[in-house]
Design a protein around this ligand. Structure first.
Ligand code: HEC
Length: 215
């Protein structure tokens, strides 16, 4: 899947970026101007390729993200500020600029993680539903549907086919119930981990709903 591939490439590229910035910043901080210029020259072409990959994967991820919220806007601001600040820092040998840039990039990474955790938080039901399995008119399928539209539809869509943020098409999914439960608890790639967010009955209702989507 292109989204998941972009996601992994993006993470790798960001890691390489941070490594290059760190090396440059250390060279700058220890006062090795000559070393910094040499390293900058040596890394120039790889850095251009990495930058291009960074922009391409980042742009693609942004266009296919399930929910573009304030955290992600802030993340974008951090990243867009970090790059020119770093360029100026390394060119004009301004130590403070280099350090600020690294902190902005680390901050951007943190914001992305907070966004992911937020996607896995419990949401209020969007429809009325009886959640007590002891109740006379309790219906497991309706409980599952309500949970799914509140927690999962943002990426999967109510019918399971939306595919946002890299979500898999649940109509085509072959996963047995045990594995559906496992992925809800542990998450995978951009699907957030939702451990402890649902009790046994809620998990049962969710698994039941996911199974009902299968063709
Ligand atoms: C932030 C987006 C997002 C949310 C919210 C989300 N998912 Fe997912 N889901 C994904 C992604 C991405 C994958 C694919 C993971 C992979 O295999 O790389 C996935 C995969 C799955 C799969 C496995 C499909 C297969 O055949 O491999 C199931 C089942 C599933 N999700 C159910 C749920 C349920 C139930 C919820 C709500 C409790 C939920 N998801 C919430 C993004 C999301």
């Amino acid at each position: 899947m292109l989204f998941i591939a972009s996601f992994h490439t993006h993470k790798l590229v960001v890691l390489l970026f941070v490594a290059i910035y760190l090396i440059k910043t250390i060279l700058l901080l220890v006062g090795s101007d000559n070393g910094l210029d040499k390293f900058s020259k040596f890394i120039k072409i790889p850095e251009m390729i990495i930058s291009l990959l960074f922009l391409l994967t980042g742009g693609y991820l942004l266009m296919n993200i399930a929910e573009f919220d304030f955290l992600l806007i802030l993340k974008l601001v951090f990243v867009l500020a970090a790059i020119p600040i770093a360029v100026i820092g390394f060119k004009k040998k301004k130590k403070l600029f280099a350090v600020i840039s690294i902190f902005l990039i680390i901050g951007a990474y943190g914001l992305a993680e907070v966004h992911k955790a937020k996607m896995g938080k419990r949401q209020a039901f969007t429809e009325e539903v009886i959640t007590n399995p002891e109740a006379q008119n309790y219906i497991l399928a309706l409980h599952g549907k309500a949970l799914f539209s509140a927690q999962c539809a943002v990426c999967h869509g109510n019918d399971g086919t939306a595919g946002l943020s890299g979500a898999k098409d649940l109509r085509k999914s072959q996963k047995p119930s045990k594995e559906i439960e496992a992925i809800i608890i542990s998450g995978k790639n951009t699907m957030p981990k939702m451990e402890g967010k649902f009790n046994d009955q809620e998990l049962k209702a969710l698994v039941n709903y996911v199974n009902s989507l299968k063709k």
